[in-house]
Design a protein around this ligand. Structure first.
Ligand SMILES: [Zn+2]
Ligand SMILES: [Zn+2]
Ligand SMILES: [Zn+2]
Ligand SMILES: [Zn+2]
Length: 271
């Protein structure tokens, strides 16, 4: 059964006003307030899980929460679709823009970055990073634009530069990998190569300020506002490079890192 795209029915979350199609769905004692799984960290604390509604809701097809989108999806497809919908709007990942309540469709319009954060854009399918520069800045982000498709890269040094975290995130429904080629600045023949999946960007989990333990956004899983969340979980979205060991292996004092994005190749046996 298809749910109509209308504002008049009550199958919507009382907090975010999106459809009630992400579990867990929680309901207040009097049944008047319903909260969707997107809002677990937001709004009133509710303890009654509405499993009866969830089991019915899981059989329905819902419209996309984005007004302009005509796609319909089952419960299981909602979260992936919302993160890759071509009408998806994101808040600017930069701290100084956040309070201004700016939202934009990043997939086909990077003008916000061009105007406000021009130094953070890198065009082309390959970017070279210098470890010395990274450790100087400690943490930063870049918008990599590959054939007009944007990817967000977060870089963060841990333990005063002993470890380096690099994560790549995308906004569309294609699968990508990124490759890190790490080499000696003196002798590029010595190198190591890693390949990892580019992840769909989830602003509540992939946040540079959460990585730095500075974030105060209530809906961010790893912000200071949510002391109960397991902070170690936030590192799993990133490649973790052991700087000392890599320098020893490559017999060098400084490292260069080439980051490149490639379309995901299905491995044998992978579904
Ligand atoms: Zn909600
Ligand atoms: Zn959509
Ligand atoms: Zn901004
Ligand atoms: Zn955050």
């Amino acid at each position: 059964m298809d749910i109509e795209k209308t504002t008049s029915h009550n199958l919507k979350c009382s907090v975010c006003k999106n459809y009630l199609n992400v579990a867990p769905v929680l309901t207040s004692e009097d049944g008047k307030i319903n909260k969707c799984g997107r809002c677990q960290l937001k709004g009133p604390v509710l303890n009654n899980r509405n499993s009866l509604y969830e089991s019915i809701g899981a059989k329905l097809r819902f419209p996309c929460k984005n007004e302009e989108c005509t796609d319909r999806m089952s419960w299981a497809e909602v979260q992936r679709h919302e993160k890759s919908c071509k009408h998806r709007k994101i808040e600017c990942p930069f701290w100084n823009c956040r309070e201004k309540d700016i939202k934009f469709v990043i997939l086909n319009d990077i003008s916000h970055f061009e105007t406000n954060h021009p130094g953070s854009i890198h065009s082309g399918d390959n970017m070279t990073l210098n470890l010395k520069v990274i450790t100087h800045h400690q943490s930063f982000m870049k918008l990599l634009v590959v054939d007009t498709i944007p990817f967000l890269m977060l870089i963060h040094c841990l333990k005063f530069g002993e470890s380096l975290l690099i994560g790549l995130f995308n906004f569309n429904n294609k699968l990508y990998d990124y490759q890190l080629k790490i080499y000696s600045d003196k002798n590029s023949k010595r190198h190591s190569v890693f390949k990892e999946n580019v992840l769909l960007y989830d602003e509540d989990q992939h946040c540079l300020y959460c990585l730095q333990n500075l974030c105060v956004m209530q809906n961010h899983v790893f912000s200071k506002r949510n002391p109960s969340s397991n902070q170690n979980e936030k590192y799993k979205f990133y490649s973790n490079i052991d700087v000392g060991a890599t320098k020893t292996t490559l017999q060098t004092e400084n490292l260069m890192i080439d980051v490149s994005i490639i379309e995901h190749q299905e491995q044998n046996g992978e579904k």
